[in-house]
Write a protein that binds this ligand. Structure first.
Ligand code: NAD
Length: 258
């Protein structure tokens, strides 16, 4: 049976290890027939090589710190040279300095705010801009980023990451409007809480998991594979009419009042 992403070339940013949501998306996209380009931060290079070896066809691996414009340019130049075009981008990069997600929100520093917004929100805009000519070479494209309900509601210690996710979701809508005429769709999957490396930095994260298990309509948290299935849907042709959307994959937690 033909896969939903057969013949498509996709860039995936945000794999750190096997628990990363972006890794589940990479596995699901490869299973649907996509050829992948994975980027990594230098400190995760070894993990990435081990994980990439399990994918077929073998992905192109490229270093990328999203704070570095020269590295962003180099990634797209390399994709152009290797594949000549691009069909989708998955953006799963996020970061806030530790003190910003443990101290009271009022203590948010100017520099901590800048770093969190730069890595977690601005990078989507920079990647969309870099990908645009490569998408156009293929007649269009699809971008999916990863958000969290903390963009809309307050969660303990999520702090400046909530502000960054609000900026990210607004950027999804502005990018969708800007890139829609070029047949480029931009959407977000808002995932329920999952114990990953990034989540481990948030003070009291296990309390959030416990509340979701108790109160979400499905009485459980979600798996990275469930987030990946929604992302692959949004990346592929079955979502051809969907852009500017934030899709909740959180066992229904967002729907309840208490
Ligand atoms: P993760 O730690 O596995 O992934 C975070 C990724 O961000 C890592 O791959 C890291 O290398 C990358 N990153 C950080 N700074 C970077 C930089 N300067 N340049 C390039 N990459 C950088 O954790 P995750 O939970 O899989 O996070 C992926 C995305 O999902 C994030 O946007 C996160 O906010 C979002 N998300 C996570 C949850 C959750 O509960 N885990 C819930 C909703 C949304």
């Amino acid at each position: 049976m033909a896969g939903a992403l057969d013949g498509k070339v996709g860039l995936i940013v945000g794999v750190a290890n096997k628990r990363s949501i972006a890794w589940a998306i990479a596995q699901a996209a490869a299973a649907e027939g996509a050829t992948l380009v994975l980027t990594y931060q230098d400190r995760f290079a070894e993990h990435l090589q081990e994980l990439a070896a399990t994918l077929s066809p073998a992905p192109l691996l490229l270093p990328l710190d999203v704070q570095d414009d020269a590295q962003i340019d180099a990634v797209f130049a390399q994709i152009a040279a290797t594949h000549g075009g691009l069909d989708f981008v998955v953006h799963g990069a996020a970061f806030a300095p530790r003190e910003e997600i443990t101290n009271p929100f009022t203590q948010t520093s100017r520099e901590g705010f800048r770093i969190a917004l730069d890595i977690s929100a601005y990078s989507l805009i920079a990647l969309a801009r870099g990908a645009k000519p490569l998408f156009e070479a293929r007649g269009g494209g699809s971008i999916v980023t990863l958000s969290y309900l903390g963009a809309e509601r307050v969660f303990p210690n999520y702090n400046v990451m909530g502000v960054a996710k609000a900026a990210l979701e607004a950027s999804v809508r502005y990018l969708a409007a800007d890139l829609g005429p070029a047949n480029i769709r931009v959407n977000a999957v808002s995932a329920g809480p999952i114990k990953t490396l990034a989540a481990a930095g948030i003070g009291g994260f296990s309390t959030i998991l416990g509340v979701v298990r108790e109160r979400a309509p499905l009485r459980r948290t979600v798996e990275t594979s469930e987030v990946a299935d929604a992302a692959v849907f949004l990346l592929g042709p079955r979502a051809s009419g969907i852009t500017g959307e934030v899709m909740m994959v959180d066992a229904g937690y967002h729907a309840v009042g208490m």
